[in-house]
Design a protein around this ligand. Sequence first.
Ligand code: ZN
Length: 394
Amino acid sequence: MGTYNINYSINYKKIKKEYKLETIVTDLESPIITLENTNKKYICPNYNLDDFKDYKVIDNYDTDLENKVTKYIKDGKLYYTVEDSHGNKGETNVDVEIADKDAPNIILNGYEDIYLLQGTEYKEPGVTAYDTCEGNLTSKIIISGTVDVNKIGEYQITYSVEDSSKNKQTKTRTIHIYNSSIGQDVKKNGKIVYLTFDDGPNAYTKNILSILDKYQVKATFFVTNQFGGYQSLIKEMYENGHSLAIHTYSHQYKNIYNSEEDYFNDLNKMDKIIFEQTGIHTKLVRFPGGSSNTISKFNPGIMTRLSKLLNDKGYKYFDWNIDSGDTGTINSNKIANNVINGMKSNKNSVVLMHDIKYANKEALEKIIYYGLTNGYTFLPLDENSPTVHHSINN
Ligand code: ZN
């Protein structure tokens, strides 16, 4: 940038001629402001325009104009203006409305349903509230509702909060007070539920065992050896009165369904572990992938042959008629609802769950509580239980 003089001169026969060309190098181009989003903007009432950094500035000369943008609001528009070092101005604007339209968000600490044995102290786990405009509003939360831990029943604790623009949010938590005879006074509805857990044991199996124990519900574990170091839980399952069943040692479909011999090698390895832990041999089996699996199609007819062989050898295999869906979601409400809806429509429910899924800790308690208070009977599978079989596809 600047003014440059170019001098031209000539000497010829004692005549000197000079010419001066003045050249100005300057910048006449305006900077261009572009916005990330040109949709109407909703701005919090306690706004600070310095917080808006949703633009870029392009200029032919200056490179640091982004920090020099000034913003102001006028007549329903937010203006962005900037001036480059040579006085060229750029401007853009977007429609704005100053309003807080979003209710604060309330997040429960701990579970949405809490199950307490009658007489046990209820400790409020608390909640957190956060508002887009006003930040943390936890201190403004109003908690209402009471719990009588000595009286069986369901109690609602309500958490509500309002931001300064009067947007309200409410969440509730249900406290279920039960006693050890939960379900005993409920008229039995004649429906049986067999809870079954596949693929463990692993680190989450303890959760499942403790919930089952809390309600004295017996279930069935189709065990594997996929996770090292948890074999002693098989012993605990057995001692707690649950049924033990063979799922698979490796759960490797390619290997298990490679041949009849490979299948039984895998099964026998699992049988051996169960025997070492419990001193019993179980006759209950569940195929990896279920008897209807198509993953074994690389070996045509293997499922047909294996199901006959199991029968010939005195084993009894079980599929399921309720899939909890616990392999497809971590939402414990969804899992519990899948199971509860299935229980309502079956006389005998065989429920597929996986003790290796963390979400089942909460889901299982909902399922059991619902079942016990609505007349269902939970039983472990045994050799005389009604068989639930899928149709074989291979
Ligand atoms: Zn499995």
